[in-house]
Ligand binder design. Sequence first.
Ligand code: DOR
Ligand code: ZN
Ligand code: ZN
Length: 400
Amino acid sequence: EEFNAAGLHVLPGIIDPHVHFRDGGQGGIPGVEDMRSGSLAAVLGGVTTALDMPNTKPPTVDAATVRTKYEYIPGHTYCDFGFYVGATKENADHVGELEEMPGVCGIKVFAGSSTGDLLVEDDESIERVLRSSRHLVAFHAEDEYRLRERKPRFSVGDPYASHAEWRDPECAYRGARRIAALARKTNKRAHILHVSTREEFGFIKEHKDLISAEVLVNHLLQSGPEAYERLGGYAVMNPPIRSKEHQDAAWAAIADGTADTIGSDHAPHTAEAKERPWPTCHSGLTGVQTILPLMLSQVNAGRLSLLRLVDLMSAGPARIYGAVGKGRIAAGYDADFSIVDMKAKRRIENSMIASQCGWTPFAGTECTAWPMATIIRGNVVMFEGVVPGEPTGRAISFRH
Ligand code: DOR
Ligand code: ZN
Ligand code: ZN
């Protein structure tokens, strides 16, 4: 196919290194997400490659579930695809072997409680996972789990303001320090996902030899209490949207190099589950379809350069995960491109959202730049908001 890209920008393929497509190779969760709907949202949003978390149905935690997920990829994904294997207390000593299996981008450790039940919270188990790892261990490090047991401060009458207050930033800081100490002890590197507090960023900045860091779009673009007042349950995620000082620290981490990647943490839940009162409201926000237009609009607003954005959203994840052939525009390798119009103005609307749950926390937000085409291995997968073909995405290889 041919089209005229005059006046547009050609970016190397954009990688979203943090999505929850819910699908372990058995069709995901109807009405929430599966590999097909999640990856359709990705390519509509200009994302060429997504890395999926292991809290899927069924969870991706052993050789059989890794193989099932890998074999399901052909014919079910529009974007190229890699996935994490989840650490458990049972697999902690040999999870590193699973990293060598095709399609696996690294190990995910839920060191704090979250959606699903893949919790590995004790130091001894985390140490075993680190020793076993051969490539990359990515952490949900925030340790709010114990805090919840100690001091439940939420009040049902004032759910969202209390949500923000209850989720003490100290938990994230403690989580990051703990992971760094275990990484140092085992002589391994650690990747900390969704870093969200000023204290964590300050700490990680001093420990870049040990720790790489991901920042999420929602922590860059939203802050409380305003987000909770405006969005209610559609602002509830984990780690939470925090106060302005932490949001400012996330931008400083983009500017000073503390952040290595930007992710969406695309975490679909039904509208019904998001509208339940706290604390039963499900935690997590969609984002794979909006990450690129939102961040490009920040380039237009002067918050970061287009080159820095490309480093954080393409070269950075390719470097951290060792994604072979991705993020290398200089070599033209693999021919993955996200072609964007830096002058297109349009609002994000729920009606655009291809995720089965059908909502975005950014409904009504005007973006000043939009992806126009998504090209994967030379094929035009998306053009002007239309995805004409069947899913041709593949599992990608990682340099282990
Ligand atoms: O808010 C969240 N939702 N945080 C997580 O860590 C998991 C995610 C999900 O899977 O829904
Ligand atoms: Zn997480
Ligand atoms: Zn996540």
